[in-house]
Design a protein around this ligand. Structure first.
Ligand code: GLV
Ligand code: GLV
Length: 327
């Protein structure tokens, strides 16, 4: 019987899958993020063959060493795996897996939720109405901006970026331009999308910029003050990827100064902290890293993480093993 440690309670379907496989599953007794020393202490309590970890866990050489030599896989309950030192895992022969695919539709939906909410001023309008300020229909009340037929700039054409592009073109007759390290001509043909090799050229033209890159050294602060200044003053910035891709303090300035018109964020540079001043602004929508958080999808992510563990325990290849070149 293999022993599996789960760093925090996840949807039951994933836990059930592991138990049905005959494994001994231990869920962290604390329903909160474990500090690194707490995680190390939990891992040292027993000898685990597999660990199911979360994006809020920092998984590095110290953690691998605490887990010991019998551990075969750390299955991350997320598509992003910037919380894991993949090189340190490879050096120790530990497999790392993620949960791609199952959350693509959900994150794309949340991206549009954010995009439409900022453009139609939904949160601001909700606050206004609840505050009893609605005194009757008015021609100039809370005017927003249409998404239809606008130019959407997709930064990072992975599964999620491509799905957002699809909805933008098919659902809103939008024009799509994209920036990525790789060009995808098939995608261009399918959606009439335009490749912008230089990010600057996308930023200059897009009415909405939506970020879908993984967090890497090369994407940290990809959107900084200089890049925001290249955007149109009427443009919106949407981020459902990872917070550090945007220089959040610079974004607060850009939103205050009217460098750009608005932003909608699901992720932050120092989660769960927000950059000073961000929460006071009306031209921003803020959600707490919930882009994949639907009942359906969080269940599927749990099952997929379990599938990866089961495959490795049975000596098969993990279906979603990641290498350093994830894209
Ligand atoms: C969530 O942020 C994920 O990477 O799945
Ligand atoms: C994630 O699944 C991505 O490739 O965007």
């Amino acid at each position: 019987m293999a022993k599996i440690f789960i760093t925090r309670r996840i949807p039951e379907s994933g836990i059930e899958k592991l138990k049905a496989h005959g494994d001994d599953v231990v869920v962290s007794p604390h329903d909160r993020v474990l500090a690194k020393d707490e995680l190390i202490a939990e891992l040292k309590k027993d000898r685990y063959d597999a660990v199911l970890c979360l994006l809020t866990d920092t998984i590095d050489a110290d953690v691998f060493d605490a887990a010991g030599e019998q551990v075969k896989i750390f299955a991350n309950y997320a598509v992003g795996f910037d919380n894991i030192d993949v090189d340190a895992a490879r050096e120790r022969g530990i497999i790392i897996s993620n949960t791609p695919g199952v959350l693509t539709d959900t994150v794309a939906e949340h991206t549009f939720t954010l995009m439409l909410s900022i453009m139609h001023r939904v949160a601001e309008a909700d606050r206004f109405t609840r505050a009893g300020k609605y005194k009757g229909w008015a021609p100039l009340l809370l005017l927003g901006t249409d998404l239809s037929r606008k130019t959407i700039g997709i930064v990072g054409l992975g599964r999620i970026g491509a799905r957002v592009a699809h909805h933008a073109v098919r659902g809103f007759d939008a024009r799509v331009m994209y920036h990525d390290v790789k060009r995808n001509e098939e995608f261009e043909k399918e959606l009439g999308a335009v490749y912008k090799e230089k990010l600057e050229n996308l930023l200059k033209e897009a009415d909405v910029v939506s970020i879908h890159v993984p967090l890497l050294d090369s994407t940290r602060h990809l959107i900084n003050a200089e890049r925001m200044a290249q955007m149109k003053p009427t443009a919106y910035l949407v981020n459902t990827s990872r917070g550090p891709v945007i220089d959040e303090a610079a974004l607060v300035d850009a939103l205050k100064n009217g460098t750009i018109k608005g932003a909608a964020l699901d992720v932050y540079e120092n989660e769960p902290e927000l950059a000073p001043g961000l929460a006071e602004l009306d031209n921003v929508i803020l959600t707490p890293h919930i882009a994949s958080a639907t009942e359906e999808t969080r269940g599927k992510m749990a099952e997929l993480a379990a599938d990866n563990i089961i495959a490795v325990l049975e000596g098969r290849t993990a279906p979603n093993a990641v290498g350093i070149a994830a894209r």
